[in-house]
Design a protein around this ligand. Sequence first.
Ligand code: UT7
Length: 332
Amino acid sequence: MKAHISAVAHYVPPDVFDNNWFASFLDTSDQWIRERTGIIERRFLRKGATSDMIVPAARAVLEQRGLSPAEIDCIIVCTVTPDQFFPSTAANVQRKLGASNAWGFDLNAACSGFVYGLWVAAKLVEAGGARNVLLCGADKMSSIINFEDRATCVLFGDGAGVVLLEPTDDDSVGVLDAIIRMDGEGGRYLYMPAGGSLRPPSLETVANKEHYVHQDGQTVFKAAVVGMADVSAAIMERNGLQPDDVAWLVPHQANLRIIDATRRRMGLPEEKVAINIDRYGNTTAATIPICLSELYRDGKLRRGDNLILASFGAGYTWGSLWLRWSLQGTPE
Ligand code: UT7
């Protein structure tokens, strides 16, 4: 038995902020941001929490699949911007949806959250530990970025993507393989310094702006280019997949140059790469499920298509997952 994605939807906030908006109060420019990252605009959620972006996407998933909230068995929320430390955002989603029979938890693997979560959820379903899993990748990055730090604040956006994982008797489709990695030595290059048990919040941590994303961009860039490309090439090789066999690379959207390096290592043409970084920036755990949702909505996925999902993020965490698409047509 395999686990397959039986529905997918996303939510992005309505409020759009383009590069020129940043240039109006920071020493930056539309040209710099476009050329170095590929980002043109992003969405920020003005009011509400991460769960408030998940809930509309989750409702759309249930509608697509014709299920009621009470039929959800397990909710996993991949995020680095939970509504609060605890209870989990999964618990908040459960309450807001009225998913009265669901258990669940949050998973923190930063930008690799969705790839990690998809592997965990697929294995849970395959093993019979859950009848279905509502897997959510969502982040409200605007809540943890320092709008005075031009090197990080222009990179991120807010959004949510949700999929439903269910068992299928057809072993040729669904989540087929993954190569997942972690290297804690990378922790010091992309992190939030304070707020946890190591450095609890204090007047000092607030004054020092330690509750925001801190990133050594160049170091992370170099690691990401190598890491994401390595696992993506390795998963193709391990499964005997040639470039012609792959319908889509669905990569984490942190930087167009990182995506391009991965694509080239895989031997794929540009048309086979899912891109939305230009419109949403880096939405952390939401980038990949938003891409999947848009591809499906736009009729670009066919049953039997081989997809390679790939990510790199804080931890470091990174990974690549081979998924064979199982749905026919577009969402109702
Ligand atoms: O998703 C999680 C994982 N994260 C990533 O994968 C992000 C990886 N890193 C990156 O994508 C890139 O390193 C960045 C986009 C963050 C930066 O691009 P870069 O080409 O590595 O630039 P840099 O950090 O080497 O900075 C080059 C110059 C610097 O000025 P000097 O020292 O050369 O005078 C920066 O101060 O660009 C300057 N700079 C900016 N200039 C205008 C940095 N940010 C900006 C900005 N606008 N927003």
